[in-house]
Write a protein that binds this ligand. Sequence first.
Ligand SMILES: Cc1cc2nc3c(=O)[nH]c(=O)nc-3n(C[C@H](O)[C@H](O)[C@H](O)COP(=O)(O)OP(=O)(O)OC[C@H]3O[C@@H](n4cnc5c(N)ncnc54)[C@H](O)[C@@H]3O)c2cc1C
Length: 330
Amino acid sequence: MNPFRYERASDTSTAIALLTRFPEAALLAGGTNLVDHMKLGIAQPHTVIDITQLPYQQIEQLPDGSLRIGAMVRNSDLAADTTIRQRYPALAQALLSGASGQLRNLATTGGNLLQRTRCVYFQDVSKPCNKRVPGSGCPARQGYHRNLAILGVSEHCIASHPSDMAVAMMAFDATVHIVGPQGERTLPLLLLYRQPGNEPERDTVLKPGEMITAVDLPPLPMAAHSRYLKVRDRASYAFALVSIAAALDVEDNTIRDIRLALGGVGSMPWRALKAENVLRGSPATEEMFLQAANAELADAYPLPGNAFKIDLVRRVLPPFLLELTEESKR
Ligand SMILES: Cc1cc2nc3c(=O)[nH]c(=O)nc-3n(C[C@H](O)[C@H](O)[C@H](O)COP(=O)(O)OP(=O)(O)OC[C@H]3O[C@@H](n4cnc5c(N)ncnc54)[C@H](O)[C@@H]3O)c2cc1C
């Protein structure tokens, strides 16, 4: 690890002032991703700004029924929160499917959203990687890409986004609160992330000096009928090959409304808007669910080592949504 300067921010304005003063600085939340990256040489910040003391540790109910989750709320606390478990069960399930108990005790909401890809080339500084070193190349196409993305990729990068939590939040229309030198702004989570395009080094639209302070979940009644499914190589402690977060509102076997997001397949947590459009107003049948999966996958860009993800989505999505349909009738 390289030597670095350590600063602890006692309030938000100090954090922003430090970020402005040290543009190469990195924010330290739980540190479960950042510190690994510093050890591996992927991140070499001259300054580390510890934000663990900032007042973003609460889960609060807002007057309009939304829930506000502070950026420093730990993944374990979020998964255990009674309101989250009752009103957004897929989020609790997604959180509990990620990492390990010890990691979740440290990992934070903001850090989880901004964790970086687990692509082996990104993580190995002896290899080229356009995301880590822009313009250096992407060996993943010809190399090992079993875990990588088939949706939202570019010729420069096929890295997949690893978060489980973000997939569930994406399905729930979450919004993100951001603060920076220019003040505060709010973005739909869908617009926080960006696809790699010509600039794979930029995972999000965050500007220099900005940080996330909170995530809001709107009061979506059907979120109470939601579930998260994670398909992976091992039953625990493994990233998703494919994951699904879904919330359904079905009446007389017709889908009145649906929220659907996929993990493991996209360059970002993937909101399945095309599949949702196919399903809204349609019968809740296995055939329709398969048609929806096909619509979402129509633009997929599979490679020999990850083409199996297309079949996997087609196989797991219909039975998963059928089960959720039955559950939502009870
Ligand atoms: C062995 C292992 C297995 C794992 N398995 C899974 C898994 O199955 N599923 C899964 O989803 N995750 C998994 N993870 C990843 C884990 O969930 C993340 O490391 C964790 O959520 C990151 O949160 P953190 O608070 O520790 O972030 P940090 O490491 O502190 O920060 C991560 C990044 O976000 C930035 N950052 C942090 N907070 C903010 C903020 N408020 N505003 C702006 N920038 C910020 C940091 O500067 C850094 O760049 C695994 C990790 C490990 C090590």
